[in-house]
Design a protein around this ligand. Sequence first.
Ligand code: TXA
Ligand code: MG
Length: 339
Amino acid sequence: MITKKYEVSNDVYDKSIVEAANILKSGGTVAIPTETVYGLAASAFCDDAIAKIFIAKGRPQDNPLIVHIADISQLGEVAAEIPDEAYKLAEKFWPGPFTMVLKKGERVSNSVCGGLDTVAVRMPNNDIARDIIRNSVPLAAPSANISGKPSPTTANHVIDDLSGKIDAVIMAGGCSVGVESTVITLCTNPPKLLRPGAVTAEQIREILPDLVIDNAVLNQLGKDEKAASPGMKYKHYAPETEVVLVEADSKSFVSYVNAQENCCAVCFSEEEALIDVKKICYGSITSEESLAKNVFSTLRKVDDLGVKTVYIHAPEKNGVGLAVYNRLIRAAAFKVMKL
Ligand code: TXA
Ligand code: MG
């Protein structure tokens, strides 16, 4: 299969949107930009189209997908019961990096939901994504990477992973947020945060004061524990190189990595000049948003350095830092060192 590339500069915008929408309406797959990461989209209503996503990504069948909508009026097409809180949350956080798990609507393909009776829904804050949905149907879209690899934050990351395996890619710019959306479920009592993202637990608690954080956000599930969010149990975001996540102040981090051999440091910009081994800076200690934006592209660069071990300086676990920490601890297969 040859993967088509659609540009979105002004003179070809409308044509690209219509052609991408036509591929999706006829059961094909298109990688689309969103504000979080690129998504691999297919019609949420078509079993055959959804099967193509799982095959292209090599994704386990029991890991459900997020359904993307363009307007609040579409929520009723994909969810069966919509509590008042859902409308309040939608008003505050949509369009944006926020996903709600609700009771599944009948039309949504069972394979989207991995056999569950619930569906995850979000409205992305990206005009291209919403225009494609408006011209087609609600779209199931997981991150457009090979399962297990870091999520794609540029169109070229998508091409590196999926060229030849999907029908088309929209060649838009980099993603402004850089980590996947926050996922909460309204199908448990109390409601639960399943995956942290740029919309923080603190912000959600202004509407849902009793929101709890699922155990799997920061801890490895035990062998017999069932994942509330199936995606949480899989190895994720991992380079080939051994990854160790380091919790330390700047001074201890710098002196530790400088004493190691055959390694690379993933550090904050404030530390860069002090580090003598190979290094990649992934943002500023004062801006969790900058760390979120760069974390996946940094993980994609690590293997090119040809070292045995990469030591990553962990962010604080507050605000958006919690989302970055959640991705890094999975990239490190839960190998954490506290100095
Ligand atoms: O930002 C994002 O959310 C990106 C962009 C493309 O929109 N999408 C994304 O999708 O990250 P994906 O498939 O890589 O992650 C979906 C997550 C998984 O952890 C999955 O287990 C969880 O959402 N999920 C989906 N449906 C669920 C459900 N019904 N119940 C519980 N968790 C669910
Ligand atoms: Mg993913």
